[in-house]
Design a protein around this ligand. Structure first.
Ligand code: GDP
Ligand code: MG
Length: 312
């Protein structure tokens, strides 16, 4: 990985003591499993809370947050070290522009990631979205096409704006489960992941509330309407995904450029030629010969061959 400034993760001290203890415990667990660096890639549409989530996780303001669409076009990487453990977080610009996937932004992100290893993909969206549509599917597909299907084995979906009162008399948990089901379907379709694969290794969903007005419990931890302290829960889920036995994604030149169109399928050429000869050319030749043999010859031809009597 290219050299980058690694600072002490001092933001962790901003968290309530209970959260700090839980986070350090989780980092300890990773170190026990010989994981001393985790690189998190944060992606999603614009304005869903990617940068805010990065700031919440680190406990400092490193990424610019904006309510309006003036997002930076370039990804940023932020590295923090604590107790022999390094956390890298990569915040990226939104992937959608004018109702389409912004291929240019995607290209910039891919180049930025060259020679980096992604341990975790945080796919961010809002909990208080009521629809998933084709655009969501396109965004998931663009991520899958860029980094391969395996990225979803290292993925988790983060739903921001999680402090909400569900509409239509639904309970909080019911609303969350409906929203996550709808998004999971899109991940399955856009990522072309088979149902069985998802069942074997589910993509977890985590709720996040980045707002300063998030409720807290009596030990000062930010909590969701269902009482869960969400920050330790997020880090716990990240830890579980890192240790789930799947492979991290190394972004190399080959991955960025995709398969070489000139060599793609080259090995198939002799088979295609053989196929053409035996199944197309040969039967046609045979059919023509047969036709010629069966053909009733016109009188003039038989005459020329001396087989018919000349008639005057
Ligand atoms: P990004 O474009 O995906 O990086 O989104 P930002 O992090 O810049 O956030 C866009 C807007 O949503 C900003 O005004 C944030 O303050 C706000 N926002 C982000 N996350 C949350 C959240 O969890 N709850 C609330 N209430 N607002 C949020
Ligand atoms: Mg942003």
């Amino acid at each position: 990985m290219a050299a980058q400034l690694i600072r002490e993760w001092s933001g962790i001290q901003q968290f309530p003591t209970a959260t700090q203890t839980k986070l350090l415990e989780l980092l300890g667990k990773l170190k026990e499993e010989n994981v001393s660096t985790v690189t998190i890639l944060v992606m999603g549409k614009g304005g869903v809370g990617k940068s805010s989530t990065v700031n919440s996780l680190l406990g400092e303001r490193v990424a610019a947050v904006s309510a309006f669409q003036s997002e930076a076009m370039r990804p940023i990487i932020c590295s923090r070290a604590r107790a022999g453990f390094t956390l890298n977080i990569i915040d990226t610009p939104g992937l959608v522009e004018g109702g389409f996937v912004n291929e240019h932004a995607l290209e910039i992100i891919k180049r930025f990631l060259l020679n980096k290893t992604i341990d975790i993909l945080l796919y961010v969206d809002r909990l208080d979205g009521y629809r998933v549509d084709n655009l969501d599917r396109q965004v998931i597909k663009a991520i899958t096409d860029s980094f391969g299907k395996g990225i979803w084995q290292r993925g988790l979906v983060v739903l921001t704006h999680a402090q909400l009162s569900p509409p239509d008399g639904l309970s909080y948990d019911e609303f969350f489960s409906r929203r996550s089901e709808a998004l999971l379907k899109v991940v399955r379709l856009g990522g072309q992941i088979r149902r069985q694969e998802l069942e074997a290794r589910p993509v977890p969903f985590v709720l996040v509330e980045n707002s300063g007005r998030c409720n807290t419990n009596d030990i000062g931890e930010k909590i969701l309407p269902n009482g869960t302290a969400w920050l330790p829960e997020l880090v716990k889920t990240i830890t579980e995904v890192v240790l789930n036995g799947s492979k991290p994604i190394l972004v190399d030149q080959k991955l960025i450029e995709g398969p070489d169109p000139n060599s793609k399928g080259r090995f198939l050429i002799p088979f295609i030629l053989a196929f053409q000869y035996f199944l197309v050319v040969k039967p046609i030749k045979g059919a023509i010969k047969g036709d010629i043999a069966r053909e009733s010859k016109p009188l003039w031809e038989l005459r020329d061959l001396g087989l018919a009597k000349r008639q005057f």
